[in-house]
Design a protein around this ligand. Structure first.
Ligand code: AMP
Length: 293
């Protein structure tokens, strides 16, 4: 496995592979890799001739109150996982290489970024949209894979790839979970033992909401109330939002439709957790968006 640290060498590698007719798969990450990342890497490995994983803790998607310097960076372990999974290139640019003096362009996707994570973390999605656009320009992948875990991020990437004709196919893969339902996340290591015990309440609440819909309930206010009550069993979890939304626009719904998604975010101590579930409508027919595999 090659480790590449400059945009120029990365682009040169990709250009050579493209000339040879190889398809390039790409999994962008911030490192601290876990089985959620591994599932994206495996899926990409099966679909492409060459596979690039980027590890870049992007400073521009953190707000001034979030500490980018304490984000976990277990680089040797991350590289070992990539090697194990047959990754061809680990692209590990420095912040200076990505944002040299004089850098000024930003990419915004205002409507998709307006609510939920965008509201809680102003500037987050400008950072994400800009870095993804840059990474696509450098790596020039045919296919890029993202996790459903970050539902709004995946919707934003699809929108920007479409709007800007970037020519990259996007695939979104299901959320990988711990045995108790907690969505895997690089942030879970910040939870204390007590916090970790109550963290699965978020996925539990979303499952409760989904079950209500599958049982025929379509009163969104009632569903949201029950989901909130599930979480508020534990007084130390603070609900930031729990919502039933349209899968594409992410606008809140007042009545459940066939293209709904349940989105949630909670705070436990200083740790923010997000999660989501796609809704299957009664009758067992899956009418989820074709983007989700
Ligand atoms: P991150 O390193 O947190 O920026 O995530 C890199 C990619 O991995 C993103 O596309 C995430 O949505 C995806 N990802 C993170 N956690 C999971 C998970 N538990 N299951 C599936 N994909 C995930």
């Amino acid at each position: 496995m090659k480790i590449i640290r400059t945009a120029r060498s990365m682009a040169a590698w990709s250009e050579r592979l493209r000339r040879e007719g190889a398809t390039i798969g790409f999994v962008p990450t911030m490192g601290a890799l876990h089985d959620g990342h591994r599932s994206l890497i495996r899926a990409a490995r099966l679909r492409c001739d060459a596979l690039v994983v980027s590890i870049f803790v992007n400073p521009t998607q953190f707000s001034p109150t979030e500490n980018v310097t304490t984000y976990p960076r277990p680089i040797p372990r991350d590289r070992a996982l990539c090697r194990e999974e047959g990754v061809d290139v680990c692209f590990e640019p420095t912040a200076q290489a990505m944002y040299p003096g004089g850098f000024q362009t930003i990419v915004t996707v205002p409507a998709v970024a307006r609510r939920w994570e965008g509201e809680a973390r102003p500037h987050h999605f400008v950072g994400v949209a800009t870095v993804v656009t840059k990474l696509f320009g450098i790596v020039q992948p045919h296919l890029a894979l993202f996790g459903q875990k970050d539902f709004q991020q995946a919707a934003l990437v699809r929108q920007l790839v479409n709007d800007l004709n970037l020519g990259v196919a996007i695939q979104v893969r299901p959320t990988v979970r711990e045995r108790d339902g907690l969505a895997m996340s690089s942030r879970n290591i910040y939870l204390s033992a007590d916090e970790r015990r109550i963290a699965p309440l978020l996925s539990q609440a979303l499952r409760t909401g989904r079950r209500m819909i599958e049982d025929g309930m379509n009163d969104v206010a009632a569903i949201e109330r029950i989901m909130r009550q599930t979480i508020e069993q534990a007084p130390t979890i603070y609900v930031e939002y729990l919502a039933v939304c349209d899968q594409d626009s992410l606008e809140p719904l007042s009545v459940v439709t066939a293209r709904a998604v349940l989105l949630g975010a909670v705070r436990i101590g200083s740790v923010r957790l997000i999660d989501n579930l796609l809704v299957k409508m009664p009758g067992g027919k899956s009418r989820v968006s074709p983007h989700y595999s």
